[in-house]
Write a protein that binds this ligand. Structure first.
Ligand SMILES: Cc1cc2nc3c(=O)[nH]c(=O)nc-3n(C[C@H](O)[C@H](O)[C@H](O)COP(=O)(O)OP(=O)(O)OC[C@H]3O[C@@H](n4cnc5c(N)ncnc54)[C@H](O)[C@@H]3O)c2cc1C
Length: 395
């Protein structure tokens, strides 16, 4: 069988792979994208679409801000509404143990020059949260937002296709051939071979399997997250709401003085995140645990998340839940940060993986930077902190 030839092969049709393929094709490269299922079938279809940048690790905030910049004009650029709304977010707590954590976070964000406010007593009292005690602390971010993750992924894929990217679905990559540590071709499970001197691993939680094909350990594993979806209701006009505990369960920030109930919640990985989408459905998140590729939901976690929500917004007790789901965040087990850029000692292999709970937020910047690295050999934002080399002892 004759092999087909492309400049670059992208493995993975989630938001990251589709963004990489789009930006690559914009710069004139010939690109083929391989997706083992259908476009947007992995983590990119099982999340809250939040750009809750105020809770991100400080290291990734510049990447996230660059992404927001791109998101602002993405619907026009791609000719497809990705439903990006910059409606802000609030990071809230009623737990005394999180108050100093929020104060520290606020100071850090201010030092970065970001547009955030720490609410005063009057603002805390005025929050229309129902008949509960006022929050003890709230950080309001004016630059956070939300996007429809399905539409964002498809928008990149459709635009990439229009620009000539060959998108192959139900095309599982089984082998990557090399000649003397130089990428030569990609072979599908079905046996078809594609010659491409460059390959981008954008396989999300499955990236370790792709790394094994070239003798590279990509330390990314699936981190399960669970979400409840409610019926549609009128627009609450709330921004994206995050529980202070999110900093603990997602980012490992450990407060002092935690009570027993909180210890149990944290052990289940529950850190509240609540968003209403433009159609009126609320997504109630979220949880974190390492359960391998087991995509079932757990009643204990779902109950815990619902209970936590009602402690913030008791008025939501009468809402019907219409479904729940679980997904796999691509989580870098070494340090929780994305792995971006060319692989060391391997010519033509690039990684765009490990975006954990930030992949939707980071997708446009990731796609643009990986495309720059491949086509220009340099990037408009430094990637050094995200490179694979950070795991190499001599580095
Ligand atoms: C519950 C939950 C809530 C989240 N909330 C948010 C949020 O609010 N904001 C945010 O920014 N992020 C959020 N995330 C994280 C976000 O969903 C991910 O970071 C992002 O979707 C990762 O995209 P990806 O393209 O790397 O991976 P995926 O979307 O998983 O795509 C990888 C693709 O690679 C394909 N693939 C794998 N192996 C092969 C192979 N051998 N051959 C061909 N194809 C292959 C898979 O089929 C898959 O489609 C959340 C995640 C979860 C689970």
């Amino acid at each position: 069988m004759m092999a087909k030839q492309f400049d670059v092969g992208v493995i993975g049709g989630g938001v990251i792979g589709c963004a990489v393929a789009y930006y690559l094709s914009r710069s004139g490269a010939s690109v083929v994208l391989f997706e083992k299922n259908h476009i947007c079938s992995g983590a990119s279809s099982a999340n809250q679409g939040g750009l809750a940048i105020q809770v991100f690790d400080l290291k990734t905030i510049p990447l996230a801000l660059a992404s927001s910049e791109l998101y602002r004009r993405l619907s026009d650029e791609l000719g497809y509404d990705v439903e990006y709304h910059e409606n802000g977010s609030i990071l809230v707590t009623r737990d005394a143990y999180q108050v100093p954590v929020l104060q520290r976070r606020y100071d850090e964000l201010k030092r970065m020059g970001l547009d955030v406010d720490l609410w005063d007593d009057d603002q805390l009292r005025r929050f229309p949260g129902g008949d509960t005690e006022p929050f003890l602390s709230v950080i309001e971010s004016h630059f956070d937002g939300q996007v429809n993750p399905f539409r964002a992924t498809y928008a990149f894929a459709f635009a990439a296709k229009r620009q000539g990217v060959r998108i192959l679905t139900h095309a599982s990559v089984a082998q990557i051939k090399m000649v003397k540590r130089r990428i030569r071709s990609v072979v599908l499970e079905k046996g078809e071979e594609f010659v491409c001197g460059r390959v981008v691993c954008a396989a999300g939680p499955w990236s370790r399997q792709i790394g094994q094909m070239v003798g590279l350990d990509i330390p990314v594993e699936p981190q399960r997250g669970q979400i409840i979806v409610t019926e549609q209701v009128a627009d609450s006009e709330y921004p994206y709401i995050l529980d202070g505990d999110y900093l603990t369960t997602a980012y490992g920030i450990k407060p002092g003085g935690v009570d027993e109930a909180a210890r149990k919640r944290h052990a289940l990985g529950i850190g509240g995140s609540y968003a209403q989408d433009p159609a009126g459905n609320w997504t109630i998140g979220s949880s974190r645990d390492m359960a391998g590729f087991v995509r079932t939901s757990s009643p204990e976690v779902l109950k815990g998340m619902a209970r936590r929500l009602l402690s913030f917004l008791p008025g939501m007790k009468d809402l019907n839940c219409i479904r729940f789901f679980a997904g796999f965040r691509p989580y870098c087990v070494k340090d929780g940060h994305p792995i971006l850029g060319r692989a060391p000692d391997l010519s033509g292999f690039y990684i765009a993986a490990g975006h954990a709970g930030e992949g939707i937020a980071l997708a446009p910047a990731t796609g643009k930077l990986i495309a720059e690295e491949i086509t220009l050999g340099k990037t408009s934002l430094p990637l050094e902190e995200f490179r694979y080399e950070r795991f190499v002892a001599s580095h």
